[in-house]
Structures are given as structure tokens and as C-alpha cells.
Design a protein around this ligand. Sequence first.
Ligand code: MN
Length: 383
Amino acid sequence: MQKRKIAILGSTGSIGTQALEVIEANPDSFEVEILTAQNNADLLIEQSIKFNPNCVVITNESLYDKVVTALAHTDVKVYAGMKAVEEVVQMDSVDIVLTSMVGYAGLLPTIKAIEASKHIALANKETLVVAGEIITKLAQEKGVNIYPVDSEHSAIFQCLVGEFHNPIEKIILTASGGPFRGKQRADLEQVTKAQALKHPNWVMGAKITIDSASLMNKGLEVIEAKWLFGVQASQIEVVVHPQSIVHSLVQFQDGSMKAQMGLPDMKLPIQFALNFPNRLKSDFPRFDFTKYPSLTFEQPDTKTFRNLQLAFDAMAKGGNLPCIMNAANEIAVEAFLQDKIGFLAMSDFIETCMTKVSFIQKPSIDDYVQTDEETRRFARGLL
Ligand code: MN
């Protein structure tokens, strides 16, 4: 069997490093073709020496010299800047592009990769939140598959294997509820970033961990699901499942529900996406029923965690509103991590941006780029 050649965008982040663990454990299945990183030059250098990719990109251009010097004794080609990422993803030798960079930055490289007919292992949910309509249409035109890496969407995808001709009645996304599940608004007035960064079940990057605590992550995932699986907003439900064992469910038209289960470990959805349709043998820890005597489910509290409702609103109105919401959220999370804004204030902040930034019903890619810039400018002005 031929090895799949992988480009990892964001190789030094949580998903990127776990993807490299998967690749290292399966040297007969995968080969690293491209690695990119934003600021962590040291880890990028270390990864490059270990995996010997064709080329690497450091997007922070001020770190270019450092990377070049450190890799001078290898034959790894080194580039710098976001434009370089958009170019290298189109290389003939790449089979799959794993998009695991943080936030809006994933959008343009993903579009370039799809235009070059590369299959996508999608870990960057913001891409579909911002421009789901354009991305899914382009992927269809180019015959490109988008394999979800997000654990909930991988779960749904796994439930749909063999069922693609059967219409979905409903998708049920599970949410852990994050570290503040069960808390009231009064309890959340004074929470610190250290508390918000303590996720009960998953170890992830800072941005997504804050998004999980505020339920914005689930909001983004609802919009991601709409585009990935071609369903209407009314067909998507969220249920809080604190144990994070049931990763999500699909309900079919006969009422049957399929769920995908397992211990929370992102390496499983990563390797399922990279090696679809074949499952690879793994030694990941196995689920033990005796350790989980009860799996529980409850309604999400959208009065306390308003971001989830904002995401449903943005999805219902469509156009560039999810793009506005996403940019506002990225600024809000950044501000929260710098102690410039309170935890609950993030929702008001995002809502203000959603009301004030100009709405466009049928945005083009350029409109999205401008909406993102305009929202960031407006949002920074609010701080
Ligand atoms: Mn997820």
C-alpha cells in the first residue's frame, strides 16, 4: 500500500503534535510532507529533524533565520509567512492536508488546498463556521473529501459510514459542559482564566479550552455540523454529557440512533480521518464499563452560557453573521486570556459585534476577509 503524504498545518499545536504521534506509530501508512507552525520555532525544528519533511513553513517571518540556520544540515526546505502556507499546500506530492491551526487563520490555506484537489482532514472548525457554504461547494466541485477531526463530527461521520444513502433525521452533538457546568451567572462573575483553562476531560490548546468553558466551542461545532453533514439548523441538538464517552449521535428516519463511544482521545479521530476508510490497529487505552457505572445527559443551560444561543442565532440568520461572531469571539477570548474582559462579558461583547458590524446576506470570499478585518477592528475598539 502506498503511504499517504500528509501536510500538517499547525504542527506544534495540540492536534498537530498528536497527529505526529499517530504518524510515528504508523510508519507504513503515513509520511510527513509538510509541517507549518506560527511561533514555536524550536518545536518545529525538532519535528523537522525527526520527521524529515519535504518542506516547512514558519508563519512568523521574524523566526525564519532561526529555522533556516537550525535546518541547514538537512535537506528540508524552509519558507516563511502565511502566503507560503497557501502555496505549499498545493504541492503535487501532498495527499491530505490536516488543518490544525487556530481560528480564522485556517481559512485561506484550506481554500487553496481544496482548489488544488487535496483531501482535507479538518481540525480547524472556524473554517466551516466562517465560510461553510463556499468551502463545501468548492470541495464538491473539486471532488475533495473533508474528513472531520473534531471528535463529535468524527463520531457522526463514523455513525454514517454505510448509511450515506439514508437521510439524517437529527444530529445530537454531545458537550462535556466544561469546567463551569451547573454554575449560575452569579458564580461566573469572578472566574479566572486559570479556572476556565481547567477542562475536566480534554487537554487542548488555550483558545479551544476557553471556548469549551463558554460553550462557544459547541456553538461553533453546531455550525460546523450543519455544513459537514448538509442538515438544517432545526436538525441539530446539543446535549450535555459530562463524561465525554458518547462522542455524538445520529438519529435516522426510522427513529434508530447510532452513537460512537470511547475514551476521550483525539488521536482516534485524527487517525480515522488520515486513514479513512480503514481503521488502524492502536494501543490507545480501552473503555471499561466498570469504571463508568453511569453515563448522564442533561439540557445545556443557554441562559448562563449565552454563546451557544448566539451561535444558533448566527447560524439561523446566516450570511456573514457566523464570520462576525467568530472574529468577535477570537478577540474576546484573547482579551479574556489577558485579563482585559470578564468571563460573562465575552457574550455581551460578541453580541454587540453581531449587531453593529455590517451584515451581508451573500458574502464572497473577499467579503469574508473584509468582515473578519472589520469585526476585529470594531471589537478591539470596544476593549
Ligand atoms: Mn469537539
